[in-house]
Write a protein that binds this ligand. Sequence first.
Ligand code: FES
Length: 152
Amino acid sequence: ENVPLNIEVNGSVHQAKIDPRVTLLDFLREHLQLTGTKKGCDYGQCGACTVHVDGQRINSCLSLAVMNDGRKVTTIEGLADGAELHPMQAAFIKHDGLQCGYCTPGQIMSAVACIREGHADSDEEIREFMSGNICRCGAYPNIVAAIREVKG
Ligand code: FES
């Protein structure tokens, strides 16, 4: 039986009735057509599905949409300020922090959280915080460089 869901995503409030088994990831991608958030493994191992909920990063594949009732979600689509990229998006481009790009939305959402949560004081700290975001192309050194630049 479907249950009501009231959720704010990138500043827009959505009211829906959904199957309580739907993950936040599938809700974002399939109900809201916000396909920037990627599904890599669907079981918490790759970080491609990383979003922010009330400012904290989570793996959206491990969270049921209904568990986020009343919360505020930010996805990669909500990061830019109109036509202006978020500084982390610009830094990923500048430092080539991507190759195929599939993991990039999750990497960027984690990278923003890395700085916001105060884990970007050294390369080691950055690598530790970012260790749940897997990049099959191996762009890790460039990702760290991008984060270091935004940290300043
Ligand atoms: Fe969620 Fe891989 S899709 S961690």
